[in-house]
Design a binder for this molecule. Structure first.
Ligand SMILES: NC(=O)c1ccc[n+]([C@@H]2O[C@H](COP(=O)([O-])OP(=O)(O)OC[C@H]3O[C@@H](n4cnc5c(N)ncnc54)[C@H](OP(=O)(O)O)[C@@H]3O)[C@@H](O)[C@H]2O)c1
Length: 270
């Protein structure tokens, strides 16, 4: 287990977290700052972002910078560059995501393309921006937020799940490439996690017993502990067991149908 001191010397002095205004992103900011790293916080929600920055400064005494930007726009990286110029970003947490929950044929193309922009273009651009510099310094860490939905087809979130598979494979591939340069990479797969984003999707959790809902804090703690230990990690023992049964033991079509039924229970109209 990384002690706060060696976490900072391995992944400091600055971390950059996207989607940091709330949910798991805000929790990443809190826990990383508690380990003594200064943090650059990126989000589209200006007010919530400055509240998180103030809270983190007050509680951990670290420096913070905020970047209010829309990660679905190509110009976002210029805004990130402006705030990170001259800073040594030793840890990148690509956490922000977009993905309306609905049937594929019922969502607008515009939303589908925005999902690709926020969940694929933005992480890819950020990794491109910072990974080479970390490798040159021979140290650093990158966490790409994937999802348990990356592991098999998932009705109601088809495009989102596909973008999460991209993040998982990108992270695992870079784990293989960058480890010899001293850079740790993790593809992190939360299961259902009680965050503002999850609650806004209006899930009928009372209709199914097949999901386990975790809180953001222990989920993020697991991600930070797994960084440097393995290429990818599923949050929560129960989620790991469920995914083991689903991915390794069940025929693929049975697993996809079962996931589809759970998603219909959670989000279907009847
Ligand atoms: N919660 C779960 O059950 C769950 C399960 C598996 C994986 N995950 C993954 O975990 C990560 C965090 O999820 P979460 O539930 O904590 O999310 P969340 O509660 O929705 O928070 C995400 C933050 O990112 C911001 N964001 C979204 N699009 C953005 C954009 N275009 N530009 C800048 N900021 C943007 C959001 O702002 P807005 O609200 O204004 O969009 C919000 O502040 C995501 O990658 C998600 O896919 C979550």
């Amino acid at each position: 287990m990384s002690t706060p001191h060696n976490f900072k010397s391995k992944y400091g002095p600055w971390a950059l977290v996207t989607g940091a205004a709330r949910g798991m992103g805000a929790e990443f900011a809190r826990q990383i700052a508690a380990k003594g790293l200064d943090v650059v916080l990126v989000d589209i929600l200006a007010e919530e972002l400055s509240q998180v920055a103030e809270e983190v400064r007050k509680n951990s005494g670290v420096e913070t910078k905020t970047v209010v930007t829309d990660l679905s726009t190509p110009g976002f990286i210029e805004m990130v560059r402006k705030q990170t110029d001259g800073l040594e970003i030793g840890l990148l947490v690509s956490n922000a995501a977009f993905g309306p929950v609905c049937l594929f044929i019922e969502s607008k193309l515009e939303d589908k393309l925005k999902t690709v922009a926020v969940n694929i273009h933005a992480p890819l651009t950020l990794v491109h921006e910072f990974a080479g510099k970390m490798a040159a310094r021979k140290r650093g860490g990158i966490i790409l937020l994937s999802s348990a939905s990356a592991l098999q087809g998932s009705s109601y979130v088809a495009n989102y799940a596909a973008t999460k598979a991209y993040n998982l494979i990108l992270a695992e591939s870079l784990w293989g490439e960058l480890r010899e340069h001293g850079v740790d990479v993790l593809g992190f797969m939360p299961g259902t996690t009680r965050t503002p984003g999850f609650l806004l999707s209006k899930p009928h959790t009372e209709r199914t017993r097949l999901i386990t809902t975790m809180e953001a804090a222990p989920t993020v703690t697991e991600a930070l502990a797994a960084l440097g230990r393995r290429p990818s990690h599923i949050a929560g023992r129960r989620n790991r067991l469920t995914m083991f049964m689903s991915v390794k033991l069940m025929p693929r079509k049975t697993a996809i149908k079962l996931t589809g039924k759970t998603m219909r229970d959670l989000y279907g109209t009847g």
